[in-house]
Design a protein around this ligand. Structure first.
Ligand SMILES: [Zn+2]
Length: 267
């Protein structure tokens, strides 16, 4: 059995929460509604940037998923008082593809994995096309090339020699930043990153049954992007070294439903 078939994937790569501090830059009507509560901002490098207001109404884009299964799941960021840190389910979670190094035939796997995570979570994942931005956890959360809001989830490809995070049996890393909303203490996941090992997935995809397995690896990384952590149970796709599963396990489904049932940011 080749190493690729044994590919046990996946370390959780969660980006630390961004630094947040008060700011009064660019006062708008929402700021006046929150008079006395300073608008939050992030520091990126030497630059302080005001946290953007959410785009559109605070209404869910698709129904809350009611899981019919139970099992093991865990969250990467779990605030004591506010619960797990999740994406805002009232806004689309946009994702872009950084195609450099992508194995031939991988695009349908990416879309199938995104469809699987959207269906299980009730989060509206919207593909926005390709980008020249490399997939890196060093990225800035707010980038003018993507407009006013947070940068979309970036999905890209790398190799062990280019990215030490992919050393050994790790076939991908994924995660998002936990960032305060425009006001107050509630945190949301933002600007996720997924880096896939192009060599591992290229080898895996050409093996018998490998395409489904490679898709499952991408699903696992999406789980991290939506805030899920590893679990011990080998019957869950969020197990750190699952190597045979090709569909969500019962705990994965329960966890993803919760990941998609977070609070909407309402300013
Ligand atoms: Zn993992």
């Amino acid at each position: 059995m080749s190493r690729a078939l044994n590919v046990s994937v996946l370390i959780a790569c969660a980006v630390a929460g961004a630094v947040v501090m008060a700011s009064w830059q660019g006062i708008v009507i929402e700021d006046l509604k929150h008079f006395g509560t300073p608008r939050n901002s992030v520091i990126e490098g030497d630059t302080e940037r005001t946290i953007p207001l959410p785009d559109g109404p605070a209404m869910r884009r698709s129904a809350v998923i009611v899981p019919e299964t139970s099992g093991s799941f865990a969250f990467l960021f779990d605030d004591v008082s506010e619960g797990p840190v999740r994406y805002d389910p009232c806004r689309p979670v946009k994702w872009v593809l950084s195609p450099a190094g992508m194995p031939r035939g991988a695009l349908p796997m990416l879309h199938n994995a995104a469809d699987a995570v959207a269906a299980a979570s009730g989060i509206d994942l919207v593909y926005e096309g390709t980008t020249n931005e490399p997939a890196s956890f060093e990225r800035e959360l707010l980038q003018p090339q993507y407009g006013e809001g947070f940068a979309p989830v970036v999905v890209g490809w790398s190799t062990e020699s280019q990215n030490p995070d992919l050393a050994g049996a790790v076939s991908g890393v994924g995660g998002s930043s936990a960032v305060n909303g425009a006001y107050g203490e509630q945190r949301y996941l933002r600007a996720g990153v997924m880096v896939l090992d192009s060599e591992d997935l290229r080898q895996l995809a050409v093996a018998p049954g490998g395409e489904a397995r490679a898709t499952a690896i991408i699903m696992h990384e999406w789980g991290h992007v939506l805030g899920l952590a590893h679990v011990q149970d080998p019957n869950e796709l969020m197990n750190a070294s699952s190597s045979t599963l090709t569909t969500w396990g019962p705990g994965d489904l329960a966890g993803l439903a919760i990941a998609g049932a977070g609070p909407c940011e309402d300013v």
